[in-house]
Design a protein around this ligand. Structure first.
Ligand code: KG4
Length: 335
């Protein structure tokens, strides 16, 4: 089933042609360089750049796949969650295209597609499994009971893990997107040098909280600056990374134990984090849990993952119509 998938939820305009889990093309036009000068994504600029790029990006995906628009069986699009103006560009383009070609339109939830990024290279992977999805806007733990059935068991009460990385990095003067840079420069030396809190919360044992840590880092940076003390940026970066990973890993492993999972999947932009990957690999091999994460090129936003998830949504009868709208926030288990 040939699907043209479109993704425009944040700062990447992406299109891909997929056939089930097979990738025929993968085009990503990133806006990172433009947002970098502002230290973060400027929503209006993102929408305008999507509008300019979307036609060309889709044409490139079609020609790279060596097909014609008329060969397509469906058009899929990320419709939620994300920046509303950015999502609307993709949704409207996909609606018009599906209508003009007379083929189905498949709406795809952004976090579901991040999870599906794991199906691309891991042919044997199928639900059920536990999934930790960590990105710039979301951090959730989900029981994936089937390709289109999701049971969230915990999530962040405040900031996402990626946001904590990005804001910390910005306060340290590192370029956007900060999480990537922070991970690259982090040097594990004296992790006791900076007294950052180990985030702890009461209530749901699978929830996360990162805003306290974020505030503590920002205050520490300001205090050191006021005293004229030089900051050891690589060590502070490593300390923040360790605290974030501690919380993500502890809760995730607790959930694998409670629900007796032997398959764990990590998804979303932060799944590229080197410490998260190495520590989880070690812990999972000790516990005889098979760990999956996406190839690095599929960790961030792309349209291949949208096409792969769309295939399963289509099989489950999840088809959109001309009234499809973009939605800025929507739980992963929406019906
Ligand atoms: O999934 P994604 O591309 O976009 C959203 O859907 O949010 O995730 C982007 C987030 C950003 O916060 C970015 O800093 C973070 O993923 N990220 C990382 C790494 N690579 C990307 N965070 C920590 N370590 C990394 N290596």
């Amino acid at each position: 089933m040939l699907i043209l998938a479109i993704e425009s939820s944040c700062d990447e305009t992406a299109a891909a042609v997929t056939d089930g889990r097979r990738v025929l093309s993968n085009i990503v036009a990133t806006q990172i360089a433009e947002h970098r000068i502002y230290g973060g994504v400027v929503p209006e600029i993102a929408s305008r750049r999507h509008t300019e790029a979307i036609n060309q990006v889709c044409d490139s995906a079609i020609s790279e796949a060596n097909i014609k628009y008329e060969d397509l069986d469906a058009v899929a699009v990320t419709f939620a969650p994300g920046l509303i103006g950015a999502l609307l560009v993709g949704v409207n383009f996909a609606k018009g295209l599906a209508m003009s070609l007379g083929i189905p339109l498949i709406p795809v939830h952004h976090l579901r597609s991040h999870i599906a990024a794991n199906y691309i290279e891991n042919n044997e992977l199928e639900p059920p499994f536990l999934c930790l999805t960590v990105s710039g806007g979301n951090s959730i733990l989900t029981r994936v009971t089937d390709y289109t059935k999701f049971e969230p068991i915990g999530g962040t009460r405040d900031d996402a893990a990626g946001e904590c990385f990005d804001k910390t990095a910005r306060a340290l003067g590192l370029p956007y997107p900060g999480g990537v840079t922070l991970d690259k420069i982090a040097t594990v030396a004296d992790l006791k040098k900076y007294p950052l809190p180990f985030p702890k919360i009461s209530g749901n044992e699978f929830d996360f909280s990162f805003s306290g840590l974020k505030t503590a880092v920002i205050n520490l940076i300001h205090n050191l600056g006021q005293k004229g003390e030089e900051i050891d940026v690589p060590v502070l970066a490593a300390t923040v990374r360790q605290r974030v990973c501690d919380m993500l890993i502890e809760n995730t492993l607790r959930a694998t134990e409670k629900y007796n999972y032997k398959k764990l999947v990590v998804a979303g932009g932060v799944s590229a984090n080197s410490e998260l990957r190495s520590r989880l690999s070690e812990e999972c091999s000790k516990r005889n849990i098979k760990l999956y994460y996406p190839e690095l090129k599929y960790c961030g936003d792309n349209a291949v993952m949208v096409g792969v998830q769309a295939y399963y949504e289509y099989k489950d009868g999840n088809i959109g119509d001309t009234s499809l709208n973009a939605v800025s926030t929507l739980p992963i288990d929406y019906r």
